[in-house]
Design a binder for this molecule. Structure first.
Ligand SMILES: Cc1cc2nc3c(=O)[nH]c(=O)nc-3n(C[C@H](O)[C@H](O)[C@H](O)COP(=O)(O)OP(=O)(O)OC[C@H]3O[C@@H](n4cnc5c(N)ncnc54)[C@H](O)[C@@H]3O)c2cc1C
Length: 431
């Protein structure tokens, strides 16, 4: 019997170490207003401890320099790391670098892996994924950034925005149209653009709901970038010659794991909000009882716990399927958890804010910041609606239209009478 929801004891020990480490060593950093350099200085020794535990870059196979844990174990790890915004980078698998190293691992040439993926995995360089344009996001067939071949070079022209970490990255992975004469599915490619290439103009980091006062050039920004006659060598196309026209295939490889890694981290964020919800409901006395004794609050606790458990099982099941058959054959499961996980996260944080009243609305608690970050989860890596469209399309492939519903009782009854005619008193049944 292969259904097994347990964690093997040796790995559970690792997870227990991680829980303590994140709680004691990483979460306190959140309360300090650190600049990027100080943060690096404080986190470098922590990264060394993670490496010593053999837990660094767990998202990639061992032969590529990662921990080789597979997606299910990674899910259990991310559930812990997701509690704190700093934790994934201290474990070498923060977005967008984790997705980009996975993309290079899956689609890069050996030289590209050596030159960019390994330094990325070692935390020596940073990367960004530059796909969305002001005029094209949810529908990437509308992308217009152009890459034209000129001798031994590619020349890229275009306007991107929301390139997360673009202003702090060393390399940008840029999606562009390499052949406008065919369908974008065959006419798009990905290119590795070192950020210091002439013609790359970081216009600004766009302030957002999560970071309204963000200063361009700080970690965690979302860059608007103009690519103006940016010349890169021919071999900077991801996958080399074989990568020509493979932009959409590679995007699926990049976005599938990236999406589920987000969903895994959201489990940790959601649990943290839920812990605060429960603690407050037991602690606050009002209108004759604690909040925990009010049925409406009990409803929030029961609903949140059930929705979070559903999110956890959907996430771990999608991860298990990826381990069995790969990301592209797990699209349905990944689409399900992408929209469901984002919704559950957002609503659990909202209830946790509500139960804290005015305190929940203040910056004295992390909830308001968690809420602002969580809102974006319903948009980035594909908005909810697009994942639901994908889901519905894939699910409907299992069905066929019927003029008369196949479960139509009178029709089934007629068929049943015919099937069992020998054994039935049909005259009595038809009367
Ligand atoms: C915080 C953050 C970080 C991001 N990081 C990156 C990054 O690193 N790299 C990158 O390339 N991009 C990034 N993005 C961009 C993100 O992937 C896009 O915002 C997303 O794909 C949606 O595109 P759009 O914003 O252009 O929305 P649009 O395409 O304009 O869509 C707007 C809305 O239309 C609706 N909609 C769209 N299609 C359908 C449909 N078929 N049916 C019904 N409704 C529909 C949805 O409600 C959607 O929200 C980031 C975005 C955010 C907010």
């Amino acid at each position: 019997m292969a259904w097994d929801f347990s964690t093997e004891p040796e790995f559970e020990e690792k997870l227990e170490w991680m829980r303590g480490f994140v709680r004691e060593e990483i979460e306190p950093l959140e309360t300090l207003d650190l600049d990027d350099d100080t943060l690096r200085r404080l986190t470098d020794p922590l990264k060394a401890q993670v490496r010593a535990q053999g837990l660094w870059a767990a998202h990639l196979p061992a032969e590529l320099g990662g921990g080789g844990f597979g997606q299910v174990k990674l899910g259990l790890m991310h559930e812990i790391l997701g509690r704190c915004i700093y934790a994934p980078s201290i474990f070498g698998n923060n977005a967008p670098d984790s997705g980009n190293s996975e993309l290079l691992a899956e689609g890069g040439t050996e030289e590209q892996k050596e030159r960019w993926m390994r330094p990325l995995l070692d935390g020596k360089i940073r990367s960004a994924f530059s796909m969305t344009e002001p005029g094209a996001g949810a529908d990437p067939t509308l992308l217009v950034t152009r890459a034209e071949r000129d001798g031994d070079e590619w020349v890229i022209n275009g306007h991107k925005w929301f390139t997360s970490n673009g202003s702090t990255a060393d390399i940008l992975i840029v999606m562009a149209v390499s052949n406008p004469d065919v369908h974008p599915y065959q006419g798009s490619s990905m290119f590795i653009v070192p950020v210091d290439t002439p013609g790359v103009e970081i216009v600004r980091d766009i302030p957002t709901m999560a970071e309204p006062h963000h200063v361009t050039g700080q970690l965690g920004g979302h860059a608007e970038i103009i690519y103006r006659d940016v010349r890169i060598p021919f071999d900077h196309i991801v996958g080399g010659q074989a990568g020509l026209g493979q932009g959409f295939t590679l995007a699926q490889k990049r976005l599938g794991p990236g999406r589920i890694h987000h969903a895994m981290r959201w489990l940790g964020q959601g649990q943290r909000a839920f812990d605060m919800l429960c603690e407050r409901s037991l602690s606050r006395y009002t209108h004759g009882s604690t909040l925990a004794e009010k049925q409406m609050v009990q409803d929030w606790i029961a609903t949140s716990a059930t929705e979070m458990q559903a999110a956890r099982l959907l996430t771990l099941h999608a991860a298990w399927k990826m381990d069995q058959v790969g990301a592209s054959k797990s699209r349905v499961e990944i689409a399900m958890i992408k929209w469901w996980g984002a919704k559950v996260l957002y609503e659990v944080i909202d209830r946790a804010i509500q139960v804290h009243g005015s305190l929940g609305y203040t910056t004295d608690l992390p909830l308001e910041s968690m809420y602002r970050h969580a809102r974006a989860a319903r948009i980035y890596d594909g908005p909810d609606e697009v994942h639901k469209v994908t889901l519905a399309r894939q699910i409907l492939k299992r069905y066929e239209p019927h003029d008369v519903p196949s479960d139509h009782v009178p029709s089934r009854r007629a068929a049943a009478i015919e099937k069992f005619a020998d054994q039935l008193d049909t005259a009595a049944l038809n009367s």
